[in-house]
Design a protein around this ligand. Structure first.
Ligand code: GDP
Ligand code: MG
Length: 439
């Protein structure tokens, strides 16, 4: 699998500090081959590997994972983004009935998907759903939908022989309005190939039905063809989303990968089998995982990142508890706190810090910056031994930092209280809780 390929490229390089360009490029050659084997379109592959290279080069390798594993994680995240990380919901919260029109080639799975989606909207979203078949080309098409409707316990528009698609659409809309349906699903006819007749019929129906969603159903097994089909359809009607069917049989995932990049249309659902329940929301992370063929690499790297944060926090906590917390440390913490949303909020997260919280309650970023200036005006000796700060030194520092003696005092008092609180926490055995502050 792709993650094995990457692993072997990088395992030789275990223990280096940062990912360098030569290493990353070697890994990207493997990614490139794997994506091409998965039937991903060439320009998409190129764009993808360029982007990942840019992100990976220079990144520090986390202590407890191999560089290969870390690159797998970077590739994984980029795949998720490429597949469309943002969950794309159906736009159905409108004045009912919300019309969803299903389009696509014959045999792509439109009728099956219409019934699957109707069932899902009925059961999961508690909507009152009606389906109507506009397929007058295939003799049994309308009957097929009616049978699926009975199976899924979803209403279908009664068939009137001899009506044309546009007329059926009109009748369906009227009927759905009259009977108070929330959603009307229109299953349209397909052709074996994209042709203008199909497109014209589709456009005419869309004009009459004014759908909220036009879902294009494409067969994932057709790979790059699926993407080309999607392109032609979305040039003709305002496709709002794609349903990829037969993903259950597609181990390669190429269509899924190219779809978003080439058509710009989000994949909204995935068909995972013939059964009426075999429709899933599209989960980019699962698909990315499957393409990479990896086990737990991604979560391993995530855990490693957390471990390092925790290690740093513990090291700092040990220092504090030993009373080695000087003004240099305080200065670092102030800067971190500033980044993390202010002092008051953070102090509140710590046990034994209520006193400090009171002292810093009204502090905003401006005050943090003042404090930084105060520490900056001290000599290195004063920073590591704050007890040296007598009245004369305080006046000097206040002048140098453009603050007041009062502010200098406030800072020193805060440092004292923090150092004291740290010792107390140490005694209480609450060391782990510090992670929240310094993580
Ligand atoms: P239509 O011509 O676009 O309406 O296609 P149909 O809905 O009639 O489906 C054609 C065939 O594909 C049927 O045999 C379906 O059971 C099958 N099919 C549809 N979706 C899926 C899917 O997600 N997975 C699998 N394995 N088969 C599917
Ligand atoms: Mg059909």
């Amino acid at each position: 699998s792709l993650s094995d390929r990457l692993g072997s490229v990088f395992d030789r390089l275990r223990g280096r500090g940062a990912l360098n360009e030569t290493e990353v490029r070697a890994a990207m050659r493997e990614v490139r081959i794997a994506l091409l084997e998965a039937d991903v379109a060439l320009p998409v592959v190129r764009e993808f590997t360029d982007k990942v290279t840019e992100q990976a080069v220079g990144q520090q390798v986390l202590k407890s994972v191999t560089p290969g594993q870390q690159v797998v994680k970077i590739v994984h995240d980029a795949l998720v983004e490429m597949l469309g990380a943002d969950a794309s919901e159906l736009n159905i919260e409108v004045t009912p009935p919300a019309v969803i029109m299903m389009v696509g080639l014959q045999g792509s799975g439109k009728t099956t998907t219409t019934a699957k989606l109707a069932k899902r909207l009925t059961e999961k979203d508690r909507k009152k759903v009606m389906m109507a078949s506009l397929d007058v080309n295939r003799p049994a098409a309308q009957e097929q939908l009616a049978i699926l409707g009975r199976q899924a316990d979803v209403a279908t528009l009664p068939v009137v022989q001899g009506q044309q698609p546009v007329d059926i659409a009109r009748r369906a809309l009227q009927s759905a309005k009259l009977q108070g349906f929330d959603i009307l699903l229109l299953d349209t006819a397909g052709r074996l190939h994209v042709d203008q007749g199909l497109m014209d019929e589709m456009k005419a129906v869309a004009e009459v039905a004014d759908p909220e969603e036009i879902l294009l159903v494409v067969d994932a097994l057709t790979g790059q063809d699926a993407v080309n089909v999607a392109k032609s359809f979305s040039e003709q009607v305002a496709v709002t989303g794609v349903v990829l069917t037969r993903l259950d049989g597609d181990a390669r995932g190429g269509a899924a990968l190219s779809m978003r990049a080439i058509t710009g249309k989000p994949i909204k659902f995935a068909g995972m089998g013939e059964g009426i329940d075999a429709l899933e929301g599209f989960h980019p992370d699962r698909v990315a995982g499957r393409i990479l063929g990896m086990g737990d690499v991604v979560s391993l790297v995530e855990r490693a990142g957390e471990t390092i944060k925790a290690e740093e926090a513990e090291a700092m906590a040990r220092k504090l508890a030993k009373g080695q917390f000087d003004l240099n440390d305080l200065r670092n913490q102030l800067m971190q706190m500033q980044r993390m949303g202010g002092l008051g909020a953070l102090a509140g997260m710590l046990p034994g810090m209520k006193k400090v919280q009171g002292a810093v309650k009204d502090m905003d970023n401006k005050i943090l910056i003042h404090m930084d200036a105060v520490i900056g005006s001290m000599t290195p000796k004063e920073r590591s031994r704050p007890e040296l700060m007598n009245a004369k030194r305080k006046i000097r520092v206040a002048k140098g930092s453009g603050t007041t003696v009062q502010e200098v005092n406030k800072l020193l008092k805060m440092h004292q209280e923090m150092a004291g609180a740290m010792k107390k926490i140490r005694k209480m055995g609450g060391l782990g809780k510090l992670g929240a502050l310094f993580g």
